[in-house]
Ligand binder design. Structure first.
Ligand SMILES: Nc1ncnc2c1ncn2[C@@H]1O[C@H](COP(=O)(O)OP(=O)(O)OP(=O)(O)O)[C@@H](O)[C@H]1O
Ligand SMILES: [Mg+2]
Length: 279
């Protein structure tokens, strides 16, 4: 099933910058889809269309079968949670606790349900010690975690996250991928932008690569190991794929890489053949 679909979506800013051009894409439900592209390629502009922060100027956006427009905005916002790349745009209350509670309170949920959701989100992101702090006193990584907790408390079906991992330390990154994995296992859809090709290669299910407001390529993570595509997108191929640059076959994901790396020279040819036959 398709979570988000766009048809000939184009968007220009007031100064005339054409940020999105004729984008046709469909993103699968229940999967982790990474959006990659160099600075200014249109990632943020595209993500803003998925929860109606931006409405289509030309073309269409459909979320779980519902067209995104002024009339459906409320309905769309209940399904889709958006995490801004800059947490300062998200955190507006006097304390972290109130910030996380802001969304659920807005939904007019009863007090008990709000409390349950906020405490669950705080526990998941492990920020209990920060809950009484004013958000503007937090470090960047802590702000990011607080904003993510706010998103989780809304229990969205689709999580749209603009660079959720930037500024996080390795522990927090592992923690967050774990949280997202749990939610995706329950049927949630994750759409995230990132500059981390290694993470996308090892962890995403699908990738969309943007170049100057257009879709350069979309499909499985193996696209990230395609030297022509990545050079055109001005991106580096993942380290794992670089390790195999002299090999006939590139691994398509981390599991295949581990499999290939376990080969010594004598049986490497045999293993490469096995990988090629498995495709
Ligand atoms: N408010 C704005 N007014 C005018 N142009 C804008 C505005 N916001 C973005 N742009 C332009 O739109 C294009 C796409 O920008 P966007 O922020 O979507 O890129 P991005 O892929 O998210 O980049 P980054 O990796 O730096 O976050 C860029 O050329 C950018 O300069
Ligand atoms: Mg951006």
């Amino acid at each position: 099933m398709i979570a988000v679909e766009t048809g000939k979506l184009s968007y220009s800013y007031h100064d005339g910058t054409r940020a999105l051009r004729d984008m046709d894409l469909s993103i699968k439900k229940g999967k982790k889809t990474a959006i990659l592209g160099s600075n200014g390629s249109g990632k943020t502009t595209l993500l803003y269309h998925f929860n109606g922060t931006f409405l289509p100027q030309e073309g269409s956006v459909t979320v779980m079968g519902t067209s995104v427009n002024k009339k459906t905005l409320r309905q769309i916002r209940q399904k889709v949670g958006l995490l801004f790349d800059n947490p300062d745009n998200q955190l507006i209350s006097t304390t972290v606790y109130n910030d996380i509670a802001f969304g659920p309170r807005n939904l007019k949920l009863d007090q008990e349900e709000v409390l349950k959701r906020v405490n669950r989100a705080i526990k998941m992101v492990e920020i209990a010690e920060l809950q009484e702090k004013p958000p503007h006193n937090l470090s960047l990584g802590q702000k990011k975690k607080a904003a993510i907790a706010g998103l989780l408390a809304m229990e969205p079906d689709i999580m749209v996250c603009d660079e959720p991992f930037s500024g996080l330390d390795p522990h927090a990154m592992g923690q967050l991928t774990g949280i997202f994995d749990k939610l995706v296992a329950r049927g949630c859809t994750l759409i995230f932008s990132t500059h981390d090709v290694d993470l996308a290669f090892a962890w995403a299910d699908e990738v969309i690569i943007l170049k100057e407001g257009r879709i350069l390529a979309a499909g499985g993570t193996t696209l990230l190991a395609d030297r022509n595509i990545m050079a055109t997108a001005l991106l580096n191929i993942p380290l794992l794929a670089q390790l195999f640059k002299d090999w006939e076959q590139l691994p398509r994901n981390a599991a295949e890489a581990f499999f290939l790396l376990s080969a010594n020279n004598a049986n490497r040819v045999l293993l490469e053949k096995q990988v090629s036959e498995k495709r």
